[in-house]
Design a protein. Sequence first.
Length: 298
Amino acid sequence: MNKCYFLLLIILLSGCSSLSVPHEEEWGVYSLNLDNKKTDLLYSSSEGLSILNVKDCMLAFEKGEEIYTYNLSSKRLSKLTSNNYLDTYPLFSPEGSRILYLSFNETLDVRVMNLNGSDDRLFYDSGFHDADISWVGDKIVFTRNSQVWIMNSDASNPHQLSNYSYAGLWGNANLPFGDYDPRLNSNASLVVFERLYNDSSPNGNYDIFLINTFTGEEVRLTSTGYSQGLASWSPDNNRLVYLLAAINDTGVFDIYLMNSDGSNNHNITPDYYPDNFLCFSPVFAEDNLIYFIGQWWE
């Protein structure tokens, strides 16, 4: 073998083997570069994290049933809520000065506060469970009674967008049949969501759909029936990243990527991720950069 070629092979192999997942506490917010597959640890926590949202250099997430932000530039963690209720699903407003979130007090309601936690007040309460919020421009989509709803950004004119005939009916899964986690694209013309349509798995059997906010026309993107969802749009609206949590009764917790028409659907979880490292809540930070929550399962 040519000595130069052999040396190059060693360098390439050592470079590949150097890729690893940084590990400090049990939980963390991580980045995954889609070009070089490199993974970085952005924030580490001994306490459970869920529902990640990103705006520029700011992260928002639920931690210990309260809402927190983390500034990637200053490395500052801020606790924004402190009460006896479950506070979850934080969402930055389009201009980044406010945060919407869900608070459970008899029902799930939508609340709003300033970025520093001040002026915390009720934003929307239908009298039912209002959940799974997404805000783009002057439109907000959310889940109500296991259906996708849409309203103006001042909480006016709420009306139902999806119309799944079995929505709200309980089966053997952990949620009723219906539509969940709607996310608007950057011009608020399309919503991606997952539909629980089968209960043969206790985790629920879901597929991912699009719905047009103007016509109500639906397009089905997946047909696997896996436990999957929480899809996030790329900034250019051309791709969707989502979580595949389980196949039947087998936990997976991998990150998948597909084109926004459902084509080229594939697993992008790097091969070097260990089996005890679970992925949650993937979101696009940039066109080729994904943030997600990771858990080390001991």
